[in-house]
Design a protein. Structure first.
Length: 204
């Protein structure tokens, strides 16, 4: 759930909003922190207060980059609260800082490789995580060259995985150039572990 758009409440108002939602929700909440969509940036202290609310299990963090608030939040998380990367291109550095995972549109294009990246950081395999993270970031950047999810759907259609690349207005289908660029970046991903690489070579 996001901060209500257009209203631009204060940080205490945001906290009161989610406190109320957590009281009435039958399931744990994942707060979506996406200030470039809601128009309401929140500092680390406010994000930490949200994470301390009973009934709030985690946060999709999409701050548009790695800033001091991201570092401060991940350096002092409330008990039982997890941060999930929300900006696809910044997954790897957020995992390195302690994020638990991600909620990512471009993961539809290379799901196993994103899982591999999370596992590499979790196990401390920096030599594996760093180049894979950079390659996935380049692929994600290509997939977001046009409004999401147009390019993702275009690539999935080009791969024969969905029947149509169509999107609803006001979005338009992705250009051939954007789809081709993303497919090229997918082809540049470093080889996976031996079994994964063998599976990737099999016909669908």
């Amino acid at each position: 759930m996001t901060v209500p758009a257009f209203v631009r409440p204060s940080a205490p108002g945001v906290l009161a909003h989610f406190a109320r939602l957590s009281e009435v929700s039958p399931v744990p909440l994942i707060v979506y922190h996406i200030p470039y969509r809601t128009g309401q940036p929140l500092e680390a202290a406010a994000l930490r207060a949200l994470g301390a609310l009973p009934g709030v299990a985690g946060m999709k963090y999409a701050g548009g980059g790695i800033d001091q608030d991201a570092v401060a939040l991940l350096g002092d998380l409330p008990a039982g609260f997890e941060v999930l990367a929300g900006d696809d291109a910044y997954l790897s550095p957020l995992l390195a800082l302690g994020a638990a995972g991600g909620i990512l549109a471009s993961a539809h294009l290379a799901t196993e490789r994103f899982v591999e990246l999370a596992q590499a950081w979790r196990s401390g395999d920096v030599a594996r995580a760093r180049p894979l993270g950079h390659a996935l970031a380049r692929m994600s950047a290509a997939a977001f060259a046009e409004p999401n999810p147009a390019v993702v759907k275009g690539v999935l259609h080009a791969q024969g995985r969905i029947p149509s690349p169509g999107v609803r207005l006001p979005l338009l289908p992705a250009s051939e150039a954007a789809v081709a660029a993303t497919l090229e970046r997918l082809g540049e991903l470093p080889a996976g572990p031996p079994q994964q690489a063998a599976d990737a070579g099999k016909s669908p």
